[in-house]
Design a protein around this ligand. Structure first.
Ligand SMILES: NC(=O)c1ccc[n+]([C@@H]2O[C@H](COP(=O)([O-])OP(=O)(O)OC[C@H]3O[C@@H](n4cnc5c(N)ncnc54)[C@H](OP(=O)(O)O)[C@@H]3O)[C@@H](O)[C@H]2O)c1
Length: 333
């Protein structure tokens, strides 16, 4: 396993982490035993940076992970997040009408204890604000998170989908170690100003959905997605963008095949190629995909490969927004 440094902390994390969300939530049916086997395999193969959140299946994802985390606590660097809440207490996704965001001090103090209980651990390694609450000054949110560090409940602090302005304000209150934001061949928001800001401040980028939610491998299966599959709500899987994205995926897969790899591996290698200070967290609930994703850490992309990828991306510009309208209001705040 290759390793990368986490911010200024001295921690060495596997060059890719493991996104655990899909083991309980969002991307169709999951088999608990298969997920547990995948977690054990990740451990065996040295993937030591695991990602979850309190909202994934309303805490069930944290409970699932705890089964492998607890007996192997010293080998895993665990990250979780707080902030999304459900009006009726029923799990849903970020853009659903019953879901809202709460970055208030009162909620953070409860949320951290609930995550610790579900994970069955004493300290969370990396605790993220899942979004910046537009109704709470970021200084107040991060001030409360800093108190959790003092109390020994949390080791390092992170933000997710924060704007450069919020990152700077937050970092003045307490060092921010990681920014988790969407970054992939299809989602490039961070390239505008965010990457340069966090590089200046020594903050690691943790790209989520680095495989564009599996679009390169599943865009032709959209008719088989269940009604509760989150991807059904995303513009990239909808009529106006579907043809563009099918053609895009085909060309990326064809180019990858000419190099003897999969389109998903090419997509992940592209993210890894954007800097040693970037640690993507591809999500999977399957050993086969985990192994393929680890193999992508060894793929070298030449200047000519990168040019080919760019030219394919430019040919298919109608990829669509990464979230529905409601969810878009909560990103880059
Ligand atoms: N901060 C945030 O707001 C936020 C938002 C979304 C996600 N996240 C975190 O980021 C993690 C990763 O993002 P993500 O899961 O949304 O998207 P992703 O990593 O881009 O893609 C995951 C999808 O790709 C499929 N996949 C994975 N490896 C594959 C391979 N080698 N070949 C073919 N398909 C493959 C998975 O299938 P299977 O499910 O069948 O294994 C899943 O459907 C999540 O697990 C979560 O922890 C954070």
């Amino acid at each position: 396993m290759k390793f990368r440094k986490l911010g200024n902390t001295g921690e060495q994390l596997s060059a890719i982490g493991l996104g655990c969300m899909g083991m309980s939530f969002a991307y169709g049916p999951a088999d608990e035993q298969e997920s547990i086997n995948t977690l054990h395999k990740a451990l065996d193969l040295g993937v030591n940076f695991w990602d979850t959140a309190d909202m994934y299946a309303n805490g069930e994802n944290e409970k699932l992970i705890s089964k492998v985390l607890v007996p192997n606590r010293d080998k895993i660097f665990i990250a979780t997040k707080f902030g999304f809440r459900f009006k009726d207490g029923k799990a849903s996704h970020s853009g659903a009408p019953g879901t809202y965001f709460d970055g208030s001090p009162e909620w953070i103090k409860q949320a951290v204890d609930q995550s610790l209980q579900r994970l069955k651990i004493d300290e969370i390694d990396l605790y993220y604000a899942h979004r910046i609450d537009p109704n709470v000054p970021v200084e107040e949110t991060v001030g409360t998170m800093a108190d959790l560090v003092k109390a020994g409940k949390v080791k390092y602090l992170g933000l997710s989908e924060a704007s450069p302005e919020s990152i700077r304000k937050a970092n003045k209150i307490h060092p921010i170690t990681a920014l988790q934001s969407e970054y992939s061949l299809l989602t490039r928001d961070v390239e505008k100003e965010i990457l340069s800001t966090i590089r200046e401040l020594g903050i690691t980028l943790v790209p989520y959905s680095p495989l564009a939610r599996g679009l390169f491998s599943n865009i032709n299966e959209v008719q088989n997605f269940g009604d509760d599959d989150f991807r059904k709500s995303l513009p990239r899987y909808q009529q106006e963008n579907l043809e563009n994205n099918r053609n895009l995926a085909k060309e990326i897969n064809d180019f990858a095949a000419s190099k003897g790899i999969k389109g998903t591996q090419l997509a992940l290698a592209w993210v890894l190629n954007q800097g040693e200070d970037i640690i993507p967290i591809p999500g999977t609930k399957r050993i086969k995909y985990l192994e393929e994703n680890i193999a992508a850490t060894h793929i070298e992309l030449s200047t000519s490969d990168l040019e080919t990828i760019d030219s394919i991306m430019k040919k298919y510009p109608n990829i669509g927004e990464r979230y529905s309208e409601g969810s878009m209001k909560l990103v880059n705040n």
